[in-house]
Design a binder for this molecule. Structure first.
Ligand code: COA
Length: 327
């Protein structure tokens, strides 16, 4: 058995924060951010928007696009590092909201590689007949984890969610290629989660002051890691599946930084046109970035039956990996 993506969906908050707005509270500029990252704006959750509500909205759109009933879903995996609660998991909250009563639900935490690993996990289950129809969601409310005084990180990230429906079908599955290097985990950290809805009380205020509760990053170390490992793992996944670069229609990379995507294209000696990007509008939405981009491409008619895509994720852990998807 193999898995086929038969529906996509996404949700991003309406609240758009551009680089000029960020420059009003940290020392930076639109020019600097655009030049070093490619990001022009990001979406920031507001009002009732949470990791769960965004996941549900993206999930509903993917289910509609797939044309299946909620009752057919027997697996929900939500990839997130910014869940509303520690317990219950986000996937169970999504199940409750969607009424997907037949589904087994769990969260997966592997930062910006999370969606790719959720895809691989569901594929493996489908391949051995455990589940048949999976809803896979990447949803992040990273604005809750930002140190809004740190110009090295707050300029990069944004909120949003993306989802796909993966259905079992006859055929051989492509093997993924994935790696982790825990020894280098200090490059990108966030020590603990906190209920940010209680910011008015003393514990919330104290946690706000504590940088340990916010994302900390050695930007250059992460940059170097991505430049080395992403082309390497894409090469591995092509080799593993006996595919040539010419067989690949598009490379859907995690949307961390335009310069990273451009450098990967260069190292692979592939034209930049095969690397669609949308970080200019959404920033880095961690595990939501790949499914949001996939949904944009799907809805704009850029994906055609039989196209072979490479998905590639990389991020905290350190974790990285690539998978081949046949559309
Ligand atoms: N605005 C203006 N100046 C800034 C700035 C900002 N937002 N952030 C840093 N700078 C300054 C630094 O203080 C430094 O100044 P100095 O030379 O006077 O000390 C200078 O710009 C260069 O800093 P540096 O850290 O070398 O910049 P960089 O070119 O590496 O860009 C990142 C910083 C964070 C954009 C870049 O390292 C990056 O994108 N890394 C990967 C991060 C990532 O993708 N993480 C998620 C992976 S999933």
């Amino acid at each position: 058995m193999k898995g086929k993506i038969c529906g996509t969906g996404a949700y991003v908050p309406g609240n758009r924060m551009d680089n000029h707005q960020i420059a009003a509270f940290v020392e930076t500029s639109d020019e600097w951010i655009k030049e070093r990252t490619g990001v022009e704006a990001r979406r920031i959750a507001s009002g009732e928007e949470t990791t769960v509500s965004m996941a549900c909205a993206a999930g509903r759109r993917a289910i509609d696009d797939a044309g299946i009933s909620v009752g057919e879903i027997d697996l929900i995996i939500v990839s997130t590092t910014s869940s509303n609660l520690i317990l219950p998991c986000t996937a169970c909250e999504v199940q409750r909201e969607l009424g997907a009563e037949q589904a087994t639900c769990f969260d997966l935490s592997a930062a910006c590689t999370g969606f790719l690993l959720a895809y691989n996990t569901a594929l493996a289950y489908i391949n051995c007949g455990v589940y048949h129809t999976a809803l896979l969601i990447g949803s992040e409310c990273l604005s809750n984890l930002m140190d809004w005084k740190d110009r090295g990180t707050c300029i990069l990230f944004g909120d949003g969610a993306g989802a796909v429906v993966l259905k079992g079908t006859e055929g051989e599955m492509y093997l993924p290629s994935t790696r982790s290097e825990g020894a280098k985990g200090a490059a990108l950290t966030c020590k603990s989660r906190h209920d940010w809805s209680n910011l008015h009380d003393e514990s919330g205020a104290a946690a706000m002051q504590d940088p340990d509760h916010r994302i900390g990053m050695d930007g250059q170390a992460v940059f170097r890691f991505a430049l080395k490992r992403v082309p390497e793992v894409i090469g591995e996944v092509l080799q593993e599946n006996q595919l040539r670069k010419e067989d690949i229609t598009l490379y859907i990379l995690h949307q961390a930084n335009k310069r990273i995507v451009e450098a990967v294209a260069k190292r692979l000696e592939e034209p930049i046109e095969k690397f669609p990007m949308n970080m200019q509008e959404y920033g880095n939405t961690s595990s939501a970035s790949i499914p949001i981009l996939l949904d944009e491409l799907n809805r704009s008619g850029r994906l055609h039956e039989g196209d072979k895509l490479v998905l590639a994720g990389f991020g905290a852990g350190l974790t990285w990996g690539a998978a081949v998807v046949e559309w």
